[in-house]
Design a binder for this molecule. Structure first.
Ligand code: ADE
Length: 234
């Protein structure tokens, strides 16, 4: 089985990279900034971790970079499963807490406002399929599930919140729907694993809360990813 993780930030992936001992394959995606790490697990599983990469010293976050990385990973690695692992904002009113890790049971965009025409509006929202083994995996590993909604901003404008609430969104990120969109084009299943760094319904400043909790949320993400890989490789 070939598993390809797509991760935006080095800090989100580092605990996982260290734990699995995946080795960097320098220049694999050149001239793209994406970075590849690889480990052979047992006799039948190739584990790849693809980072979006950096430009001018900072991690490439957001939909465009996630799409490029996913496209490159699918074309060059031919994964059986893509896993988008990362951090998210979530709502304490839904039972979320800092560093709680979820599997995404649905995924859409929340900041693409295309009025008027039903077809374009539907396309803009996305609502892409997620891996059909997600629910069984969540039950097996006793993990909560939630609907991921993706936008291009860390903050949340009132119109974003309205869209999220109207569509029962629970996990607000900046990459999930972009990864799932590319996977849908190639018919490659996608699993979303999201760890909460900040709560969208408290009074804290989002960026401060995100930075404060990034390390802890990434550690918890790592623990869940270890269990997921153990389960997948059988
Ligand atoms: N990643 C972590 N927290 C986020 C938030 N509140 N919105 C979007 N992406 C995030």
């Amino acid at each position: 089985m070939i598993i390809a993780y797509i991760v935006a930030m080095q800090a989100e992936a580092q605990p996982f990279i260290d734990n699995f001992g995946v080795q960097e394959v320098p220049g694999f995606f050149s001239p793209l900034p994406c970075r590849l790490y690889h480990a052979r697990m047992g006799s039948a599983t190739d584990l790849y971790v693809v980072l979006n990469g950096k430009v001018h010293g900072s991690d490439l976050i957001g939909c465009e970079s996630a799409s490029v990385a996913t496209q490159a990973a699918i074309q060059k690695l031919h994964p059986d499963l893509v896993i988008n692992s990362g951090t998210c904002g979530a709502f304490s009113s839904n039972g979320a807490d800092i560093a709680k890790v979820y599997l995404g049971n649905a995924v859409m965009f929340h900041d693409r406002r295309v009025p008027g025409d039903d077809e374009w509006g539907t396309q803009a929202l996305g609502n892409y399929p997620v891996w059909d083994g997600t629910k069984a995996l969540a039950e097996k590993l006793n993990l909560p599930m939630g609907k991921v909604t993706t936008g291009s901003s860390l903050d949340m404008q009132p119109c974003d919140l309205q869209m999220i609430k109207e569509n029962n969104g629970e996990l607000k990120d900046m990459e999930g729907a972009a990864v799932a969109f590319v996977c849908s084009l190639y018919n490659v299943p996608v699993l979303l694993v999201k760890s909460v760094t900040d709560l969208c319904d408290n009074s804290a400043e989002t960026y401060d809360e995100f930075k404060r909790n990034l390390a802890m949320a990434s550690e918890e993400l790592c623990k869940v990813n270890i269990r997921i890989v153990e389960e997948l490789k059988g």
